[in-house]
Design a protein around this ligand. Structure first.
Ligand code: FAD
Length: 356
């Protein structure tokens, strides 16, 4: 396996930011992964695992170690009656897999259409959108343990999935390299749980119940999801400058009842009503829309700070208009501080920042 030196990282990310990697290894098999890990360990070089780079912000100074790009390919579909087990290599393009499954009459991940990145990253932050998340369909995650080079298999419950997180982002951050993921899909008609998607389907005159299950119904949902995402610059598009982002830069915070009351009081002091605040109760507490907090703290869409800005089409997407990760991090820090001062709520970054 070839270890490349001084390779630019910006083209490997959707933000197009970051300096060079001292070393880069493109791995397409478990053997390559093991070889690259041994190579780095023997030289005391730190390792960063990279998929499609759509949730990653590299530093302007680059990465002084080995970036290990996971490119394992292959899709296997095992059918049984109305269900199917779909196993994909970590380096498969996620949206390509969704399109493949929809065309193959399978449903369960169609609402996750248009999300950039590779299969191997989907369990990391339990990728989700429009009422679906991969935790709903993942059966098994296979991985290599970085320190022992052993293969490990995790069942769904082993993964500790929760809102935009898992054990791979929490307690076991940087411990494993995911190599394959198995999803359970079915031939049933997709279930729509997200009001905005229901409205879009209605506006397009789509009656899901009247459509044949399989590619017709799942395909209609996929088309609607991609249309909604495109209107928010949430599908990668070279022609749309607002898509030079990492998607949502902040998570929707989950508040306790006391924290929610405090937020409502602060908003009331500004003349607002509690009902203005988009809030969704769940088992963990009260999820509040981060986009609302950002906009009400004075950051309009289209705001610019140097070469960084807020998308004109989505208040949570920070966009790179130049070549400075520092500008982007500066804008993110300003938003966090202002939201904290205005509402007493601390926003958490969603993308992974990789220091030099
Ligand atoms: C326009 C746009 C829209 C988006 N919309 C959504 C959305 O709707 N919902 C959503 O959840 N996300 C969304 N995202 C974020 C992003 O696409 C997802 O998080 C995606 O799963 C990241 O995949 P990736 O391969 O690009 O990961 P990368 O950015 O390469 O890596 C992300 C993290 O995962 C780790 N990682 C990657 N691959 C592996 C592996 N094989 N083994 C171990 N660790 C690994 C990396 O080390 C890093 O910590 C969006 C991003 C963009 C740019």
């Amino acid at each position: 396996m070839n270890i490349e030196q001084d390779q630019p990282l910006a083209p490997l990310t959707s933000l197009r930011l970051g300096g060079p990697a001292r070393y880069l290894a493109r791995c397409t098999s478990n053997g390559d992964l093991r070889e690259a890990l041994v190579w780095a360990a023997e030289r005391g070089v730190s390792v960063h695992v990279l998929g499609g780079g759509s949730n990653t912000l590299f530093d302007d100074a680059g990465f002084d170690g080995l970036v290990l790009h996971v490119g394992l390919q292959g899709v296997d579909i095992l059918r049984a009656d109305e269900a199917a087990l779909v196993t994909a290599g970590a380096g498969e393009d996620w949206d390509g897999l969704v399109a493949h499954c929809v065309a193959d009459d399978l449903s369960g991940i169609e609402c996750l259409s248009g999300i950039p990145g590779l299969v191997g990253a989907t369990p990391i932050q339990n990728v989700g959108a429009y009422g679906q998340q991969v935790a709903d369909s993942i059966v098994e995650v296979r991985a290599l343990e970085r320190s022992t080079l052993e293969e490990v298999t995790f069942s769904n419950v082993d993964c500790d999935f929760a809102y935009r997180t898992s054990r791979f982002k929490g307690a076991d951050r940087d411990r494993y390299i995911i190599t394959r993921v198995t999803y359970r899909l079915s031939r049933s008609r997709p279930e729509i749980r997200y009001p905005e998607l229901t409205r879009r389907l209605q506006a397009d005159g789509v009656d899901l119940q009247a459509l044949a299950p399989g590619r017709v119904a799942s395909g209609a949902v996929r088309d609607a999801v991609i249309a909604v995402r495109r209107s928010k610059s949430m599908v990668l598009d070279e022609g749309d400058a607002n898509t030079r982002s990492a998607g949502s830069f902040f998570l929707n915070p989950t508040l306790s009842e006391v924290q929610l009351e405090s937020l409502q009081e602060r908003w009331a002091d500004q003349g607002g009503e509690a009902t203005d605040i988009p809030t969704f109760a769940n088992v963990q507490g009260y999820k509040v829309a981060a986009a609302w907090l950002v906009e009400r703290s004075g950051f309009a869409r289209g705001t610019r700070r140097g070469s960084a800005g807020i998308s004109q089409n989505h208040a949570l997407a920070l966009v790179n208009h130049g070549d400075s990760a520092a500008d982007l991090l500066g804008l993110a820090a300003e938003i966090v501080t202002t939201v904290e001062t205005t509402f007493g709520v601390t926003l958490e970054r969603e993308p992974v920042y990789v220091p030099r």
